[in-house]
Design a protein around this ligand. Structure first.
Ligand SMILES: *Cc1c(COP(=O)(O)O)cnc(C)c1O
Length: 394
């Protein structure tokens, strides 16, 4: 019988830890604290320790974590927030939702993360209202708009170039929010994603992320105590700390369910091992794909080890979609992240960008292809997949 290779395989992991998951869910059913149960605080403390961050505030999704982190820092109307033009929609959506204006910045062609040199030009263009220096959203040219923040995304689990981004942001007084939805567990030098010293970080526990639960979930991280208090208040209708009866600001309902925290606590038990396995699978791919004509395999992040949320190759010669069909015919799943760069999403049409404004993001959106990737993929599977790619590209 032919063996199929889905893009992601959550079943192998579940089989491995099903007993622990069942026990922990049972414990929640027994104590009955479905909201704000003891597992939430336990999870927050484990995650903060893991990442090396001062505080962790668990919440309903990665999107809610981004939204709350921007709101906690007072980002809103009149503010320009720089975002990479190549990311999941939520990165820029959260900026627009709090009323700020997302300004797109092109990505580094090797890392797929925001390009610090392009960011510097974009900051200058917005600050000087000079769109000849870098493409800027039409609205950012209004007299009452000022640069306020940058959302750096650790795309596919490789951390962005914080060694350049953090000093640059500091020089310009910008708040840095790390969108670590795909990178929880990634190392960056002697630090880890969500503990890099950014103003705040947001991660996601969507099931397919490196640390995923069985539904929606997320968390925000910060080293700043008052910001953490604000985040806790915002996720729970703006309640006053220590006084459940008083609402002192407008928040929303963005709490994590206790059952999801229980699932995450079980998954944390095997997470380090899975991260190591992810590194091994990435190394097998790099070896198996080396020298395949027309394919560029991703390089490891400089100075770190990624969580490899996705393993994405670039396919040259306009053959990306044909290769995907070829692989599907052999039972090998693929995905495209992302087919539409953010500056061309219909929801952002009013920003007034043209396709060529972000040339790297545009080129990558046309050539990128995610291969099957998860910690339980075996070496012969990687070789079967690489052989199928080589056979087509020949
Ligand atoms: C998944 C993801 C999000 C949103 O996370 P949700 O938990 O799905 O809301 C935000 N940014 C990036 C880069 C993501 O990959």
């Amino acid at each position: 019988m032919r063996k199929d290779y889905p893009v992601i395989d959550l079943a192998s992991q579940q089989k491995r830890i099903r007993g622990d998951i069942d026990r922990r869910i049972q414990a929640v059913l027994d104590h009955g604290a479905y909201i704000a149960g003891p597992e939430i605080a336990m999870l927050e403390s484990r995650l903060a320790d893991f990442a090396g961050a001062g505080h962790c505030v668990a919440c309903a999704s990665g999107t809610a974590a981004l939204d709350m982190a921007l709101q906690a820092r007072g980002i809103g109307p009149g503010h320009v927030v720089f975002v990479p033009a190549f990311s999941f929609f939520a990165t820029a959506e959260a900026v627009a939702r709090v009323g700020a204006t997302p300004a797109m910045v092109d990505i580094d062609p090797a890392l797929f993360c925001i390009d610090p040199a392009a960011l510097e030009k974009a900051i200058f263009a917005v600050g000087s209202r000079d769109p000849s220096a870098y493409p800027v959203p039409l609205r950012a040219l209004d007299a009452d708009m000022a640069p306020a923040a940058v959302v750096a995304v650790d795309l596919f689990g490789r951390t962005a170039d914080y060694d350049r981004l953090l000093p640059l942001a500091e020089r310009h007084g910008l708040f840095v929010l790390e969108d670590a939805a795909q990178s929880f567990g990634s190392r960056h030098g002697d630090k880890k994603a969500c503990g890099l010293g950014c103003g705040a970080a947001a991660t996601s526990f969507y099931p397919s992320k490196p640390l995923g639960c069985y539904g929606d979930g997320g968390a925000a991280f910060t080293d700043d105590g008052p910001t953490a208090e604000l985040l806790r208040s915002l996720r729970d209708h703006g309640r006053e700390a220590g006084n459940a009866g008083r609402h002192v600001r407008i928040g929303f309902n963005a709490r994590l369910d206790t059952i999801q925290a229980a699932v995450l606590l079980a998954k944390l038990e095997v997470f380090e091992e899975e991260l190591e396995a992810r590194g091994r699978v990435a190394a097998w791919y790099a070896e198996a794909l080396a020298g395949v004509d027309g394919i560029s395999a991703p390089r490891p992040a400089p100075g770190g080890s990624g969580s490899w949320a996705q393993y994405c190759i670039l396919v040259e010669g306009g053959r990306r979609d044909a290769l995907a069909r070829h692989l599907r015919g052999r039972g090998i799943g693929t995905n495209v992240y992302y087919r539409i760069p953010l500056h061309l999403e219909p929801a952002f049409a009013e920003l007034g960008y043209a396709p060529e404004d972000m040339p790297v993001s545009l080129a990558v959106s046309r050539t990128i292809l995610a291969l099957p990737f998860h910690p339980y993929l075996e070496r012969d599977g990687v070789e079967t997949i690489a052989d199928a790619i080589r056979g087509f590209m020949r």
